[in-house]
Design a binder for this molecule. Structure first.
Ligand code: HEC
Length: 211
């Protein structure tokens, strides 16, 4: 009996260790290229004069999957030039936003999992509260080019108070819908997902609450 109990304890402890280890290894499960990784490159690396389709600084266009993969070695973050530059803090240069630890980890895990060109990995979150849904979209996709230190077109999208200044004359909506007469956003990098566009449209239609 004694042996049985210690065996059970041992097995439970071992599975606990195994599970904890797994969880920390897969720090950010469900990483999706289009929704999680692409916006980090677009918003932080493709400003005018940098790694976009026109300027191609260092011969790199980081506004799409093919371009990004020229600086990535699938499964090997430490042999992937763009990740090592981001990880060391060398890129992006000042005054641009530096990647957070969480963002660096997301890119690292995506590379380690083979750097797939994945999209729509999660079910669409149709909620549209500012804090939980709208702000994260803007932070991921837009703030790299629309902050206090680098306000593209004069628009700073890094806080609620500043973001609402982009709403009059349908600027915000027109730009993300790529409507005629507006600059298409995110600049030089395709469109937000339908799910993100719907969330922003619903938030605007509800009177853009600060919730
Ligand atoms: C790579 C940099 C970059 C990214 C990423 C970017 N913008 Fe812009 N944005 C600019 C620049 C630069 C302008 C000034 C107009 C131009 O050059 O097209 C601008 C202009 C705008 C305008 C004014 C549009 C108009 O027609 O007057 C809005 C609104 C806007 N951006 C919103 C956004 C939103 C929302 C996102 C994220 C979904 C975003 N931007 C992502 C660089 C960027």
């Amino acid at each position: 009996m004694k042996i049985k109990i210690s065996a059970i304890l041992f097995v439970s402890f071992a599975s606990f260790l195994f599970l904890t280890n797994c969880t920390s290894e897969v720090a950010t499960p469900n990483i999706c290229f289009k929704e999680d990784i692409l916006p980090l490159f677009v918003s932080n690396c493709t400003q005018s004069g940098c790694h976009n389709g026109i300027d191609k600084e260092e011969d790199l266009d980081l506004s799409n999957y093919e371009g990004i993969m020229k600086s990535i070695k699938a499964n090997h973050p430490y042999q992937s030039e763009s990740w090592t530059q981001i990880n060391s803090g060398e890129m992006p240069p000042s005054p641009y936003h530096k990647f957070t630890k969480y963002e660096k980890n997301q890119i690292k895990h995506w590379i380690k999992s083979g750097a797939p060109n994945s999209s729509n990995c999660r079910t669409c979150d149709s909620t549209f509260t500012y804090k939980a849904r709208i702000e994260p979209i803007l932070n991921k996709w837009c703030v790299g080019c629309h902050s206090a230190s680098d306000a593209g077109g004069g628009y700073d999208l890094s806080s609620y108070d500043k973001t609402i200044l982009a709403i009059p004359y349908s600027k915000l909506e027109g730009s993300i819908l790529h409507s005629a007469g507006f600059s298409a956003m995110p600049k030089n990098a395709g469109s937000l997902s339908d799910c993100d566009i719907t969330a922003i449209k619903n938030w605007l239609a509800a009177g853009h609450p600060n919730n």
